[in-house]
Write a protein that binds this ligand. Sequence first.
Ligand SMILES: C[S@@+](CC[C@H](N)C(=O)[O-])C[C@H]1O[C@@H](n2cnc3c(N)ncnc32)[C@H](O)[C@@H]1O
Length: 286
Amino acid sequence: MAGIVRRIASRVLGEDAAKKIYGGMDVVGDIAIIRKPVDFNDIDVFRRLGEEIIRSVKYIRSVWLAVAPVEGEYRLRKLIHLAGEKRTETIYREHGCVFKVDISRTYISPRLSFEHIRVAKLVNEGETVINMFAGVGLFSIIIARHARPRKVISIDINPDAYRLMVENVSLNRVEGVVEPVLGDALKIIDLYRGSAERILLPLPELALEALPKAVDSLRGEGFIHVYDFVRANDKKAALDEASRKYAGALEESSHVDAFNITYGRVVRSVGPRRYQVVLDIWVRKS
Ligand SMILES: C[S@@+](CC[C@H](N)C(=O)[O-])C[C@H]1O[C@@H](n2cnc3c(N)ncnc32)[C@H](O)[C@@H]1O
């Protein structure tokens, strides 16, 4: 797929422009999303590229241009239709699970695929997991299908994400394990104080703010997975910076008896000297 698109992009846009497009394309089900480089404003050129993709790649039915980065409370992208069917809903498959998604109304990124299965493999039998920023349920449902949790409380504030999460729970037959909840996780989490072994914070913009609430919702000790953006000169420095930030916050908390950052990795690069980082943090409450 990547090779074909790269060849089409080189033919339509020229080699230099094609290089910029290449790293910025996602395929979600049968929809391709091209990220517009900031210095490229001729939409007609992208339409030609979209039409070529539809002609040459049989399983792509719809092509969209993301004209701005993911933004706002619901983490959505502004999209312009380029070619093929004018449709934003599709079926996305990951790790043997099936997800109904809407690329314009809900957050969805295939770039988190490795993280979804990595975290699922860490979950022990009988755990209660709380996913505070669940989107359409990818982490939660993949955990329910690949591990044996007792419960996965799966919260999102976006009504469209909640609606699709409910559908995805039944599509993947994990009713009774994954419990979709609609609302502000920073408030709802208070209902789950002292109840979970593992908390997921997959929203960089709120992860640090959510951290004390995540600690409170642990039963005694457990793991918190934080996703955050950090500025740094390289990947090693990015991990050091994220570790400093979260260690600092946990050291200051009177609710934390002990903690250990057991793992960290750079999930992806999100701009010049800007990285998305995940930390797995074991915490024991005081
Ligand atoms: C980066 S996305 C989550 C991605 C998802 N975990 C996945 O793997 O596909 C962040 C989600 O947090 C939701 N969100 C933002 N603020 C929230 C809040 N205060 N409470 C609950 N959900 C929130 C957004 O609607 C969005 O769906």
